[in-house]
Design a protein around this ligand. Structure first.
Ligand code: FAD
Ligand code: NAD
Length: 496
């Protein structure tokens, strides 16, 4: 064959095709294989998953280094003198990359359990509802398809002026050294995690947001408290007025109105880090050929329990969607569980099983940490606020005993319950190590416990969870199911 001749298109006929070898796709593959040996997993980008390569794991590695620096600087508060805390940016980034490579390596090792003939490399797109074209080299015909294509960062076009100094989380963990300065756009989950870590590692930082949003919080009381806390540590403006973004030599030059002074300032930064949200990768799938009903954002409409997509006439069909691709709950544990449900149903199609879904749980690894459990405050207000059915309890960590002991006594939680039934509904937490309390609350919500039942559980002393007990007691009092809190709990330990 001469060089100009195109190689012929290969043809594969399979039971199930899974598009995307990320966390959702890998779970889907394992679940589907329980039903059939004829399953292909198609990957168009890099293997290793977003979580391990550029997401959950490297971000937590950077945060861990930042925490070490912060604790060393804070040791003086305990009477421990640590002199000359120095951040070796190269060493920090080397550890981040090395450990990150370890996590990615473990994904590769588990990928090896998937036979090579079941893996296809190349970008997939629909030719018709049952046919995929993969990398222009293979046509795959499948009885059922799972879309598990994940998401990618998105930003407004005004950032493009920063040229190659515009970066996202995809680039940060490849840095050989820490930069001198970064302008972070988007005080959401990624922006706050990475921004605070960079600041604690000595990077000069400003963070710009729009419309006042901050982290995952919907409850204004918690959001305002978190805003005040972060603002004391580094420059963050959740409702920034940015006048221009320009490139000058190697610098990104940003002109903005400074929050506190109201002055217009122009500052130079090494990088503009865009953390302004993520968009689903379904836009490059040729969905117009798949016969699916799409929502106003172009995402297939689907059933949350079966992960089955609806067809154009709203008839459910043979295509399933899992993980960040469906934009519902872009979190790792949800990608895993959706992948499992979608793969299982693709395998048993046309028979289907409704998968078990967990209550919403999200944790952000800032310091103090942020967490949300259950339905968001806005949804609860909409559903229950009008009939006065929603009760709120509150507790501060400022005088919480264990938090004081640890010099981590900053934070506020708001807890929600239903009048009448006394059931616990959800919470927004901002405080020390609330990752653990968020789990306790999510488990209580799964069990449909009432606030009184939660309070009847054991509470050790002195632990941070006693702060949670304070919040639950306040909620119970507001539900008129317990005594009003006029003073500290008499039967509790000091600083409960
Ligand atoms: C910085 C950061 C930090 C995060 N931290 C956390 C955290 O602490 N906790 C948490 O729960 N979540 C976290 N997340 C979110 C979590 O990483 C994602 O929810 C999860 O990785 C999504 O998995 P997925 O399988 O849907 O997508 P992915 O792992 O992205 O997999 C999708 C795959 O599909 C491939 N693909 C796309 N289109 C095609 C196509 N047309 N053909 C073939 N292949 C295709 C892609 O190349 C990719 O490999 C974080 C995310 C980021 C970015
Ligand atoms: N710890 C975790 O679980 C974790 C960590 C990181 C990411 N994630 C997942 O990744 C998803 C995406 O994270 P994200 O931080 O990109 O999205 P996000 O939606 O949490 O935050 C985006 C932020 O950017 C702001 N924004 C939008 N346009 C802007 C503009 N032009 N200028 C300035 N700010 C602007 C928004 O108001 C918002 O605050 C999260 O929703 C989460 O599901 C989870």
């Amino acid at each position: 064959m001469d060089d100009t001749e195109e190689s012929p298109m290969q043809h594969r006929e399979v039971d199930i095709a899974i598009i995307g070898a990320g966390s959702a796709g890998l779970s889907a593959w394992h679940a589907a294989r329980k039903h059939s040996d004829s399953v292909v997993l198609i990957e168009g980008g890099e293997y290793g998953t977003t979580c391990a390569r550029v997401g959950c794991m490297p971000s937590k590695l950077l945060i861990a280094a930042a925490e070490a620096a912060h604790q060393a600087r804070d040791a003086g508060g305990f009477g421990i003198r640590v002199s000359g805390v120095e951040v070796d940016g190269r060493a920090v980034m080397a550890r981040v990359r090395e450990e990150r490579d370890g996590f990615v390596g473990r994904v590769f090792t588990s990928m090896k359990r998937i036979p090579e003939e079941d893996r296809l490399t190349g970008h997939a797109r629909f030719e018709d509802p049952h046919t995929l074209i993969v990398g222009e080299h293979t046509r795959v015909t499948a009885r059922a398809v799972v879309i598990a294509t994940g998401s990618r960062p998105t930003w407004p076009s005004m950032f493009d002026a920063a040229g190659d100094r515009l970066v996202t989380n995809d680039a940060v963990f490849e840095w050989e050294d820490l930069p001198e300065s970064v302008a972070v756009f988007g005080p959401g989950v990624i922006g706050l995690e990475l921004g605070q870590a960079l600041h604690r590692l000595g990077v000069r930082l400003r963070m710009f947001g729009v419309g006042g949003a901050l982290g995952p919080f919907q409850d204004e009381v918690v959001r305002d408290y978190a805003d005040r806390t972060f603002s004391e540590e580094f420059s963050v403006d959740p409702d920034a007025k940015v006048e221009s973004i320009e490139r000058d030599g190697d610098a990104v030059v940003i002109t903005f109105v400074e929050r506190d002074s109201g002055e217009t300032l122009t500052e130079r930064f090494d990088y503009l880090l865009a953390a302004t949200g993520r968009r689903t990768n379904v836009d490059r799938l040729g969905l117009e050929n798949a016969g699916l009903a799409l929502d106003d954002k172009g995402v297939p409409r689907f059933n949350r329990f079966t992960l089955q997509c609806l067809g154009e006439g709203d008839d459910p069909g043979h295509i399933f969607i899992a993980g960040d691709a469906n934009q519902a709950l872009p979190l790792l544990h949800e990608a895993n569980s959706e992948g499992r449900i979608a793969g299982d149903n693709a395998g048993r199609f046309p028979e289907l099983r409704a998968g078990r879904r967990n209550v919403p749980l999200a944790i952000v690894f800032t310091e103090p940490q942020m967490a949300t459990v259950g339905e968001g405050h806005a949804e609860l207000e909409k559903r229950l606020g009008g009939c006065d059915c929603l009760a709120v309890g509150e507790a501060s960590f400022e005088d919480q005993g264990r938090a004081v002991v640890m010099r981590r006594n900053r934070g506020l939680m708001r807890l929600y319950g239903e009048h009448g039934s006394g059931e616990f509904l959800g919470a927004e937490l901002f405080g020390p190590r609330v990752e653990h309390m968020a789990h306790l609350l999510a488990w209580a919500l799964e069990q449909k416990l009432s606030v009184s039942e939660m309070l009847a559980m054991p509470w050790y002393h002195p632990v941070l969870e006693e702060g949670l007990r304070g919040g639950l007691r306040d909620l119970n009092a507001n539900l008129q199911q317990g005594p009003a809190i006029t003073e500290r709990c008499m039967e509790c330990g000091p600083g409960d």
